[in-house]
Design a binder for this molecule. Structure first.
Ligand code: ADP
Length: 454
């Protein structure tokens, strides 16, 4: 298998590749453009020279009105210097005089010009609108450059080469620096993830990297670390709580049963009744734990049916009537008729029962508990409110977490282990509903479930 490369190396290679590709392309395009420009420049110069030669012969003819064998031979010297091979013809195409092509070529080479193609053109010589002869001009090169032109061109070549080399060098340095800067945050987050894996749940990334995705990644990891830390704390607290919840009644039961066996105490009906109450409480705790672990699975199996919300609210409330009567708490249901929701009947009842159990539990004698169901601004709402002891605002975001209890001593007396609302939350989420809580210490609380429109 191929060994994975470090990110910094990968980025450096990628940057270099792009920079090199860019430089080479740029250099090639520049070279091409320069070449073209030179070609057209040279062509222009050549055509100008040819034009001058033709004009010269026209002047000669105009002066002498006829051709002779040496008409215009004085142009030969300049033509040789320019690398041109000139030949003059009369109007019938007869050769009057011509330069020796090989001589010109030799001279041309001696001046340090490279090998090149030979090209010829013929131009008519006119006098008074009439063709009086023609001149043939040959060149030894397509790129007929003067030494200065060639030097200029060479300089441009060098400039392009130097610029691309500097570009590539700058890319090497920049890519090295940049890839390190980009890789560092990832290394930091990797480090954090590894420390989390080792169980160091208090580590966080405090610095900002200045790249939005990397900052979000750091935030997400920090959030994950915080959740893990809190879960871990809750888990420990639960173990402590559960063992305490179990130990106290079990010790009491054990002491009572031992005393009866030893004959120190009479097993009266009253004492046996106390024992039974403890056992019932223990059984309820075990059931809550079991229910929660059932809901912990990935997907909660729901058997959805169409339910009348008012019926569900009234039926759940009815089961709390004896308890409310005993406690001196009034219990009311105000439900709009005819609202149907899609829900798993048992689970909806569980939500209502848990909310009602809390409301009754945390409302002292003389208080009131109210269940309402109805439509409000196009939304279907079910709420359980009480006039009980309430909770501080800071507690509200956490009460749906499992094993979270606002005041551990207050719910211990009720036998609660901070599971009821966690169960409610799971059920609500599984159905796609939402739940919110409002509360004020000393005035009461309200829990509201919102259902999507049917
Ligand atoms: P518990 O089993 O301890 O009642 P819950 O998950 O049902 O656990 O509730 C979590 C915490 O929220 C409780 O410990 C309690 O302090 C607080 N709480 C829940 N409902 C109410 C309420 N109606 N009034 C006041 N406090 C409440």
């Amino acid at each position: 298998m191929k060994r994975p490369l470090p990110l910094a190396a990968r980025l450096t290679i990628a940057f270099l590749f792009v920079a090199a590709l860019f430089s080479v392309t740029l250099a090639a395009v520049l070279e091409l453009l320069i070449d073209r420009q030179f070609r057209s420049y040279v062509d222009e110069v050549r055509m100008k020279k040819h034009g001058e030669i033709v004009r010269y012969f026209e002047l000669v003819y105009a002066k002498e009105r006829a051709w002779s064998e040496d008409s215009g031979t004085e142009i030969a010297g300049q033509a040789m210097m320019d690398g041109n091979v000139v030949a003059l013809f009369d109007r019938n195409g007869g050769l009057l005089w011509g330069m020796d092509r090989e001589m010109v070529e030799l001279h041309y080479r001696m001046m340090g010009h490279p090998d090149s193609a030979y090209e010829e053109r013929e131009y008519p010589i006119l006098f008074g609108g009439e063709r009086v002869g023609s001149v043939r001009v040959g060149n030894f090169t397509v790129l007929h450059l003067s030494p200065e032109d060639a030097a200029f061109r060479e300089n441009l070549h060098r400039g392009v080469l130097a610029a691309s080399s500097v570009g590539i060098l700058a890319a090497v340095v920049l890519s090295f620096v940049l890839s390190r800067r980009l890789a560092r945050p990832l290394l930091r987050t990797k480090e954090l993830a590894e420390r989390l894996r080792r169980g160091e749940l208090s580590v966080r990334i405090s610095e900002r990297f200045g790249t939005s995705e990397l900052d979000s990644l750091a935030d997400a990891l920090n959030f994950l670390a915080q959740s893990l830390e809190e879960q871990e704390k809750l888990r420990r607290q639960l173990t402590r709580d559960v063992s305490h919840e179990l130990r106290t009644p079990l010790n009491a039961l054990n002491a009572l049963v031992e005393a009866c066996i030893d004959g120190v105490m009479e097993p009266t009906t009253e004492r046996l009744e106390d024992c039974r109450e403890e056992i019932v409480r223990l059984a309820a705790l075990a059931k809550d734990l079991e229910r929660l672990s059932d809901l912990e699975g990935d997907v909660l199996a729901l058997s959805a049916e169409r339910l009348d919300l008012a019926d569900a609210a009234r039926s759940a409330a009815r089961s709390f009537e004896p308890l409310c009567m005993r406690k001196g708490v009034t219990l009311d249901v105000r439900a709009e008729e005819g609202i149907v929701v899609s829900a798993d009947g048992d689970k909806l009842r569980q939500v209502l029962v848990n909310l009602l159990a809390n409301a009754v539990e945390y409302t002292p004698s003389g208080g009131a508990v109210l269940v309402t169901a109805g439509r409000e601004g196009g939304r279907i709402l079910l709420s359980v409110s009480d006039t009980g002891i309430g909770m501080a605002k800071e507690e509200l975001p956490r009460i749906f977490e499992r094993f979270y209890r606002v005041d551990r001593s207050r719910s211990r007396s009720s036998g609660g282990a901070g599971i009821g609302l966690a169960i409610v939350h799971k059920i609500v989420k599984a159905h796609g509903w939402t739940i919110s809580a409002e509360s004020e210490p000393g005035r009461g609380s309200r829990f509201t479930v919102e259902f999507p429109q049917a």
